[in-house]
Design a protein around this ligand. Structure first.
Ligand SMILES: [Zn+2]
Length: 260
């Protein structure tokens, strides 16, 4: 059995659709072993995901797929998104071969569309998946939230190249498992710089999907307009841990609009 696949965020989706919340802990999902292996290159890379398994068919047939290129976003009076991460308690940081993921035990939530979405995990992509005016960024974090109906809202932060270490990332990089399948415990102080209790108004919004198989749609996407920096040294740490780029190429917008 490969722990890689059962720990992957995306691999949680298949059993989840049948029996349990999609953000559930990986430890009780042994049945996912039979799901198709996917990767970011070659015969199991993104252009083949939709053919690897019937469960992944949305990856090629979906019309609201993520990530996307954001250009010419429509100005709308988007309401503020209320962040409540003050009591954030992380569980651990996992290298699952597809991404580096921080699982959250409790204490993070956003209010969106008058609904509460609880933070389940956040994870890293390098280079970024979403693009702005056809430009990618070195790093993107996806904060994955679910409401009571298990509908997902993903908040994305794009990081731009900088000369200084990003303070919020320092404790995560320090604890980051460099080998696939490994995980390390995290303490509340390790994520405290992500804590914020404020309303954010400057963001892009669109409908999309998971960016990994099974590419499930109906995900509310929020991409922050403010882009913090990270140092070259910090970016190197993520690249070394991941060992390969983990960005799905941008997908057609089709009938969707992006608002800001
Ligand atoms: Zn992601």
């Amino acid at each position: 059995m490969k722990s890689v696949s059962i720990k992957s965020f995306c691999s949680l989706l298949i059993p989840a659709l049948l029996i349990s919340p999609i953000w559930a802990s990986a430890s009780d999902k042994e049945s996912t072993d039979e799901q198709a292996k996917w990767s970011y290159s070659g015969d199991t890379g993104p252009s083949h995901w939709g053919d690897l398994s019937a469960e992944y068919s949305t990856c090629k047939q979906g019309k609201n797929q993520s990530p996307v290129n954001i250009s010419n976003a429509i100005k709308a009076r988007l309401p503020g998104i209320k962040f409540d991460y003050a009591m954030l308690v992380p569980e651990n940081i996992v290298n699952n071969g597809h991404t580096i993921q921080v699982n959250i035990r409790s204490g993070g939530a956003i209010t969106l569309d008058d609904e509460k979405f609880i933070l389940k995990q956040f994870h890293f992509h390098t280079p970024s998946e979403n693009m702005i005016d056809h430009s990618a960024y070195p790093l993107e974090i996806h904060f994955v939230h679910a409401n009571e109906k298990n509908e997902l809202a993903v908040v994305s932060i794009l990081y731009q190249p900088g000369t200084m270490d990003n303070l919020a990332l320092i404790p995560l990089i320090k604890n980051m498992p460099m080998n696939t399948g490994d995980s390390n415990r995290l303490a509340a102080k390790d994520t405290e710089l992500f804590e914020r209790n404020k309303s954010v108004k400057n963001y892009f919004r669109f409908n999309g999907s998971l960016t990994t198989p099974p590419c499930t749609e109906g995900v509310r996407w929020i991409v922050m307009q403010s882009r913090p920096g990270l140092s070259r040294r910090q970016l190197n740490a993520f690249q070394q841990a991941l060992k390969h780029p983990n960005n799905r190429p941008v997908q057609p917008l089709n009938a969707r609009i992006v608002t800001k």
